[in-house]
Ligand binder design. Sequence first.
Ligand SMILES: Cc1cc2nc3c(=O)[nH]c(=O)nc-3n(C[C@H](O)[C@H](O)[C@H](O)COP(=O)(O)OP(=O)(O)OC[C@H]3O[C@@H](n4cnc5c(N)ncnc54)[C@H](O)[C@@H]3O)c2cc1C
Length: 524
Amino acid sequence: MSEFDAIFVGAGHNSLACAAHLARKGWKTAVFERSAAIGGAVQTREFTLPGFRHDFGAMNLSLFAGSAFHRKYANELKNQGLEFAPVADCFASAFPDGKWFGVSNDLEKTAARLAAFSAADADTWWRLVAAFPGEAEHLFRLLGSPMSTRALAGTAWKLWRKKGVAGALDTGRLLLSSPRAWLEENFETPHVRATLAAWGMHLDFAPDIAGGAVFPYLESMANQSFGMVLGKGGADTMIRALAGMVTAAGGKIATGAEVAEITVAGGRATGVRLASGDFHVASKAVIAGVAPKALPGKLLPDGSGDAGFDAAMKKFRYAPGTMMIHLALDDLPDWSAGAELRQFAYVHLSPSLDAMSRTYQQATAGILPDEPVLVIGQPTAVDPSRAPAGKHVLWVQVRMLPAEVLGDAAGRIEPGPWDAIKDAYAERVLEIIESYAPGLRQKILGRAVFSPLDLERENPNLVGGDQICGSHHLAQNFLFRPARGYAGWNTPVSNFYLTGAATWPGAGTGAASGFMLAEQLGGR
Ligand SMILES: Cc1cc2nc3c(=O)[nH]c(=O)nc-3n(C[C@H](O)[C@H](O)[C@H](O)COP(=O)(O)OP(=O)(O)OC[C@H]3O[C@@H](n4cnc5c(N)ncnc54)[C@H](O)[C@@H]3O)c2cc1C
C-alpha cells in the first residue's frame, strides 16, 4: 500500500494532463492504467507490419496544439519530445460524380475551388473567414471555461458587450442550429455542404441534429485560418510528452494496473483497490477518466450515495460506434476525382447530407449502413516518418455503426456478433474506397480491423465503439455533461472527481477537462 495526494483511474490524456499539472504543484500523484500502454484513445502502434505506425484512434492533434494546457506548458512538452507535423491541405471530400472539394490553409486555394462550384459560395467563405476571429473569441471562451450557470452568464455578458443583442443572438442561434440548417442557409453547392457536414459525423451530429452546426463551422474555419497538426511520428508523441512531464515532476504511472474499486468512507473517497488486490490511499483526490457506466455498482460498488447521480450515470447515452481499418500500403490511393487529393490529411467519402442522415438513422436502429461515412486519414502524406521509405499507412474511420447488429441495410451480411461479421463489413468499406480510388486493393501490404467491440476491448471508455464516450447532443452537453449538477467534474462523493471525454467539454484531444480540473484543485 502506498499513499498519494491524488490517484488517477486510467491514463487517458486528460488524466495525464491533470496529473502533470498537479505533480508540478507538488502533489504526490499516481496514475493507474489497466492496459499495457498508456494514452487510451491516443496511441500509435505497429498494427500491421514492422515499421508501419498506425494511430489507434485520434490522429488530428489540433485541439491539443491549440489547448490552454499546451499554451502553458509548450516548452516543457517540447523538452519531453512533443513534435507536431503541420498540415496545409487539411480535409477534402470526393464525390461519386468525379468532383471534389477541399479546404487548405491557403485561403486563395480554397476560395478558387469554391468559385469553381459557385461564386456565391466563394463570397460566403471569404465573409465567414473574415468574421471568424470575432466569433471564435466567444466560442473558444465558452468551450475552454469551466461549465456552470455563472460561467455561462459571464460568457453571455461578454458576448453581448462585444456584439450587442442581435450579434449575441446570432451566436446563440449558431450553437443551437443543426448542420443542415447552417449549411443550407450559407452554401448553395451540395458538394460544399456535404464536405463540411462530414465534421459533424466525427461526433454524433448527423445533419439534422440540433446543436451540431458549430462543429463543421469551427473545424472548417479553424483549418482555414490555422491549418491542422498531426503528431510527428504518430499521435503518441503527445502521450509520451505528457507522461514525461508527470514522471519528471515525481509522479508515478503504472500500466497493467486495473482499478477495481474506488474506496469510500463516510462519503469521502479514500483511495483505490486494484484488480491485483493492492490498495492505495489518496489523501486529496481520486480522479477517474472513465465512462459513466463504469461507476455505480462497479467502481463504486455501493453507488455514490446519491440515487439521482447513480441513475444519471446508468442512463448516460452513448453515440453510435466506429470501426477502424488500418492499412499498410505500397502507395497512397489514386483518387479518380483528382491527384491533388493524395496530399490531404483527410479525405471524406460522405456523398450528401441525406446519405449521412440515412447512415446515422440506420446505425441508431441497429442496422449496418449500406453506405457508411468514411473518414480516410492519409498521415504519411504529411509525415512520411510513420512508414518505411516510399510506403504509406491509411487510417480508415468507419462512421456510424451499431454496437449490436440487428440487420444489414444492404441485405448481404447476416446479423451476428461483431467478431463474426467484421471482416465482411471491412470488405464493404474497401469496395467503397475502391470505387473512388481504383487499384487500392493491389497496394495493400497489411491490414488490421477493429470493430466497435474491439475498440471497447482496447479501451472500456469506448462503449459500444463510441469514439466520443457519450453523445454530445444538447441534452447531454454543456450543463448536462455528464449530468445536471455535475458539469464541474464533481460527484456526490467528496474528493472524488471525473475527467475525460464523458465530462465537459467532451471528446477530443484538447486535454481541457483534465487541465481545468487540475487548476481548480491545485491552482494556476
Ligand atoms: C477511433 C477514434 C478516433 C478519434 N479521432 C480523433 C481525432 O482525430 N482528434 C481528436 O481530437 N479526437 C479524436 N478522438 C477522440 C479522442 O481521442 C478522445 O476523446 C480522447 O482521447 C479521450 O481521452 P480521455 O482522457 O477521455 O481518455 P481515454 O483516451 O478514453 O483513456 C481512458 C483510459 O482509461 C483506462 N481505464 C478505463 N477504466 C480503467 C480502470 N478501471 N482502471 C485503469 N484504467 C482504466 C483505459 O484503458 C484508457 O487507457 C478519436 C477517438 C477515437 C476512438
